[in-house]
Design a protein around this ligand. Structure first.
Ligand code: UT7
Length: 328
């Protein structure tokens, strides 16, 4: 019997129109373009309008994928949305997206893994395709980070932006699509990157409603150290596990948190810069959105059979890598 793999058959991305440049940030906090550019590689990021929620990004993504693939949203069986900025604490953004986009026959859920949200979601979605129970699984990674960022905190507001993308997974009989994955987490890292207030540990009350702890907190240096060692480590691990050399890899698709973390990862893997997808300069860190945004922007350069390594590290801590063969 032919082995069924789960392959990406369509991709679409979305970023809002609003642009926040380093020069804009210079007027908001004590920072400067030179510091942001050399320390992170970011020049500008996109910001949602006040009317836009995560589900509006999701609807754009579903619409774009259905148009490209020439299918009706009613044909989608399942929607998994990697995000930490859903419209509501509940119901899930996936449910709202399905309603807005007309995925009337799909069930779905959100997956909270911060910057690894897309990679985790992709690995779950592929199982449903591989086991044959679901024919069309839509995996989204997107975040409206501006909804949880403190624009008075220069340690975080210079980094994050809004946007995301999604992919359609379908069965493949040529051995293309997801080949292998390694996913990890370590909850003891939570204190270095988290949104402290608003959950069941510390709900928002009258007393703390004005506290900056309702926004994202990051101890950058500690997260940076873990990100470099774990994102590079897991990318090398998936290569070694599958006997892949740097020459076998056509593209590294790394989470866009900091240009220096991306460079450290590609250098540990021995991969040349021209095989590394990078758009952090335009969009900053869109959390679960970075990897599908890269795939969307590079879609025209990808060839059937190309070997891609997707790699992420983020809040949780969560991290992981996926090896996939491009299918079209
Ligand atoms: O995607 C989720 C995972 N997240 C990450 O992977 C992010 C990992 N962390 C980072 O990318 C970096 O740590 C940051 C970009 C957040 C910060 O860069 P850094 O090189 O670690 O800077 P730092 O926090 O050690 O600060 C260095 C200096 C400090 O000044 P002194 O103490 O050396 O005088 C800071 O006060 O830079 C100062 N500084 C700034 N200066 C201008 C910190 N933030 C800023 C700023 N503008 N925005």
């Amino acid at each position: 019997m032919t082995k069924i793999t789960a392959a990406i058959t369509a991709i679409h991305g979305y970023v809002p129109d609003g642009v926040l440049t380093n020069q804009d940030l210079e007027k908001m906090v004590e920072t400067n373009d030179e510091w942001i550019t050399t320390r992170t590689g970011i020049k500008e990021r996109r910001i949602a309008s006040p009317e836009q929620a995560l589900s509006d990004f999701g609807k754009e993504i579903v619409d774009g994928i259905c148009e490209k693939r020439g299918i009706d949203p009613a044909e989608i069986d399942m929607v998994i949305c990697g995000t930490i900025t859903a419209d509501y604490r509940f119901p899930a953004a996936a449910n709202v997206i399905c309603d807005k986009a007309g995925c009337v026959n799909a069930w779905g859920f959100d997956l909270s893994a911060a910057c690894s949200g897309f990679i985790y979601a992709l690995d779950i979605g592929r199982v449903y395709v591989e086991n044959g129970t679901h024919k069309k699984v839509l995996v989204i990674g997107a975040d409206v980070m501006s909804s949880i960022i403190n624009y008075k905190d220069r340690a975080t507001c210079i980094i994050f932006g809004d946007g995301g993308g999604g992919v359609l997974l379908e069965a493949n009989e040529e051995g293309l699509g997801v080949q292998d994955s390694i996913l990890k987490s370590d909850g003891s890292g939570r204190e270095y990157l988290l949104q402290r207030l608003g959950g069941s540990a510390q709900p928002i009350t009258k007393e703390n409603a004005e506290s900056p702890e309702q926004y994202v907190f990051q101890e950058g240096k500690t997260v940076f150290k873990h990100a470099v060692s774990n994102m590079a480590g897991i990318s090398v691990e998936i290569m070694e596990k599958n006997g892949l050399t740097a020459d076998d890899i056509d593209w590294l698709v790394p989470h866009q948190a900091n240009r220096r973390i991306i460079d450290a990862t590609s250098s540990r893997m021995g991969i040349d810069n021209d095989k590394v997808m990078i758009n952090i300069d335009k969009y900053g860190n869109t959390t679960a959105g970075t990897i599908p945004l890269l795939l969307w922007e590079w879609e025209d350069k990808l060839k059937k059979g190309d070997n891609l390594i997707l790699a992420s590290f983020g809040g949780g801590f969560t991290w992981g890598s996926i090896w996939l063969k491009w299918a079209y």
